[in-house]
Design a protein around this ligand. Sequence first.
Ligand code: ADP
Ligand code: MG
Length: 257
Amino acid sequence: MTDRTSPPGPVRAPAREGQFTHLRLDKVSRRFGDKLVLDGLDLRIAGGEFVALLGPSGCGKSTALNCLAGLLPLSGGGIWLDERRVDTLPPERRGFGMVFQNYALFPHMSVRRNVGFGLRMRGIARQEARARVDEALRLVQLAPYADRLPGQLSGGQQQRVAIARAIVIEPPLVLMDEPLSNLDAALRLDMRTEIRRLHQSLGLTTVYVTHDQEEALSLADRLVVLREGVVQQVGTPEELYRSPANPYVAGFMGYRN
Ligand code: ADP
Ligand code: MG
């Protein structure tokens, strides 16, 4: 759809409905008790980008993602989609797609109903919802499994259901928290390819949390390296590899010295 009221500007492709130009985290902090788990996180993510948040267990990755999703309130700072402040909105009004490590599917609902859940919640008409669910299941190559229950699927298939559920709502932003860490090594590689393909074909802006440096390097346009809630460096895989900001980042990039 052409918006004739918008001023001329650089053309971004692929353009998606509801797409934003920038997501901005401004001095985001979060405490648990007297522990500062996120300490002044500043980050700018362009619409359509795939960004990985990388760091060891306990460094604050999930906390950052949950703050973005609205599942945790901030202790300070703010989050903006272009000019719209979103950190004050409840999760359902942010409308981001979430994919968790443990899939978080409803065990008693068929694959089709799991994927369609968000559409029903949004009051999307049945016929349109069905068409969108079919399309999402086709995209993750699960069309033949629509009537199964999650328990009748493999781990990889369950995670594909969770991905279909996240993308079917056509979210402006998809947040993934270690989505592949429960899968075996071969399947992890297949799913990486699939996640990258979906990102490219749909133009999905993605924030992807992982402790696996190789996974982050193979998937992301840019990496954010976190240590104890503080950003150590932000850059493309090549930038981090060629000129790590400090020994911590170098260690994460696989340098041994
Ligand atoms: P990561 O996802 O990088 O492994 P988390 O964001 O889960 O790290 O946790 C970061 C730190 O915050 C850890 O020290 C963890 O123990 C602490 N933490 C996370 N959630 C809570 C909570 N609900 N209550 C208290 N401490 C928490
Ligand atoms: Mg985590």
